[in-house]
Write a protein that binds this ligand. Structure first.
Ligand code: ATP
Ligand code: MG
Length: 449
């Protein structure tokens, strides 16, 4: 059918946001409290989850809710090895000043008065910037207290302007921010709590599951006390998948056959990124005009799987270093979920010996730790893909890494006689992924990575 209805691209808000009502309601309550009581009632949020579960989507929804309640929203995304998050916030502040946004201009004057600093149009940088701006180096204030004061003044000005609301700062991909930015942001939020309890400023960020660890490593003390961490649910339930695909179609006068709904639920296992991508593929192949049939779903799923292979799995797989690839293959042998001990056995190494490769995969978001000593693949469809691609990729590897048969043999050696007779390996929860058929000729892998 013509036109696009679903959101196959990352970060795009879905046509129907399902299964997040409780989180949004809670957020509305928080905003209400902040607007009424100020910082003292703020719950600075940290939304965590593996790739593709809807963190950016939630942060956008938080921003929208805040705008509706009269908050001014400043949102930035942290990108590793790029501009600092704090500098990105300053750039946004400058744009608002240059645009002549009432509250911001008022706040500039107030900040000048408050701090006695020479704050020009680039003024807030004095309060917020800490580095990487050589022209401002002389006057740069690396002082969370000054930043907190500037933010409090800003939020007062916003309230004066609008009669309600305040200031919300959001940072997407917080785990990618520079450690010095993380400590500065955390300290400024803390100073707001201490020095400006009535300021209507609040903060929300999203990040991969290991973000709290990244904060701790950066030197942020007690991130658990500073932020309220909410895990974005990993998957949508079958009912939620049905709503996510059927409701937007219904608005266009198109109905999904129950078998077609069942097919997309099975094929995606409720992984939000794939629900949108698969629904989009099905929509595009379906002739319509009023129904989406099981046959449409089957054809669409086949093309979506090819697209996932090409656009997502293949680049991820080709970008893995040899040892990471070996680790992922071992994890795939366990169905995508295993304990670190099991992986050590399968790879014939010790768990501490594997910790570097594990950490690298965690940092990249390819795996996450659902519990202590556990590891899970972030993208369910990578399980069958990894198994199918591994031996060919291993043949091109410069590092001597184990074959799948050697890994299986390691497992068998560790098993008790009774376990050995049990049929097959655990496939974990990723049954649906088996339908992925990777391309016959894999693209050339970068040597030695
Ligand atoms: N609650 C939901 N209902 C329906 N679709 C959703 C929902 N949450 C997210 N999606 C869709 O899933 C896809 C992935 O969402 P999003 O980009 O927000 O994930 P993410 O966790 O930020 O991923 P990444 O870690 O890769 O940045 C998008 O297409 C989005 O529209
Ligand atoms: Mg995102």
């Amino acid at each position: 059918m013509e036109g696009s209805l679903y959101t196959p691209g990352a970060g795009h808000s879905p046509p129907e946001l399902v299964g997040r009502d409780a989180l949004i309601q809670e957020w509305h309550r928080t905003l209400n409290s902040v607007a009424a009581q100020g910082r003292v009632a703020a719950r600075d949020m940290l939304l965590t989850g593996p790739r593709g579960v809807g963190k950016t989507t939630m942060l956008t929804a938080y921003g929208r809710a805040a705008s509706e309640q009269g908050f001014d929203v400043v949102n930035v995304q942290a990108i590793r090895h790029h501009e600092s998050v704090v500098d990105a916030l300053i750039t946004k502040a400058r744009t608002k000043l240059e645009d002549g946004a009432g509250a911001w201009v008022k706040a500039r004057n107030a900040v000048e008065r408050l701090s006695g600093l020479n704050v020009g149009v680039a003024g807030l940088s004095v309060g917020i910037s800490t580095r990487d701006d050589s022209t401002a180096a002389a006057s740069r204030v690396n002082d969370p207290g000054a930043i907190a004061a500037a933010l409090a003044t800003l939020s007062d000005a916003i309230r004066e302007d609008r009669g309600s609301g305040g200031l919300l700062i959001t940072v997407d991909e917080l785990q990618a921010a520079h450690p010095s930015d993380l400590t500065l942001i955390a300290a400024a939020l803390h100073r707001l709590n201490v020095d400006h309890p009535t300021a209507t400023v609040t903060f929300a960020a999203s990040g991969l599951p290991h973000t709290p660890q990244v904060l701790t490593d950066a030197g942020v003390t007690h991130p658990d006390r500073l932020f309220f961490q909410d895990d974005v649910p990993l998957t949508l339930t079958p009912e939620q998948v049905e709503l996510a695909v059927a409701v937007p179609a219904g608005r266009r006068g198109v109905s999904w056959h129950p078998d077609a709904l069942q097919a997309i639920t099975n094929a995606t296992n409720g992984y939000p990124a794939h629900v949108q991508l698969f629904a989009d593929a099905i929509w595009r192949v379906a002739p319509g005009p009023h129904r989406i049939t099981l046959d449409d779903a089957k054809t669409g799923i086949t093309s979506a799987v090819q697209e996932v292979n090409r656009r997502t799995l293949s680049p991820r797989w080709n970008g893995l270093a040899d040892r990471s690839m070996e680790y992922m293959a071992a994890l795939a042998l366990h169905g995508g979920e295993a304990t670190t001990k099991q992986l050590a056995t399968t790879l014939g190494r010790t768990a501490p010996n594997l910790s570097m490769v594990r950490q690298r995969l965690l940092d990249q978001g390819d795996i996450y730790a659902p519990g202590r000593g556990q590891v899970r693949m972030a993208m369910p469809l990578l399980v069958p893909y990894a198994l199918a691609r591994y031996e060919e990729s291993r043949a091109q590897s410069d590092t001597p890494i184990l074959s799948l048969d050697q890994m299986r043999a390691n497992q068998v050696r560790e098993q008790s006689p009774s376990e050995r007779s049990a049929p097959g390996l655990s496939r974990g929860t990723f049954e649906q992924g088996r339908q992925v058929t990777p391309p016959k000729t894999p693209p050339h892998r970068e040597p030695g990575r």
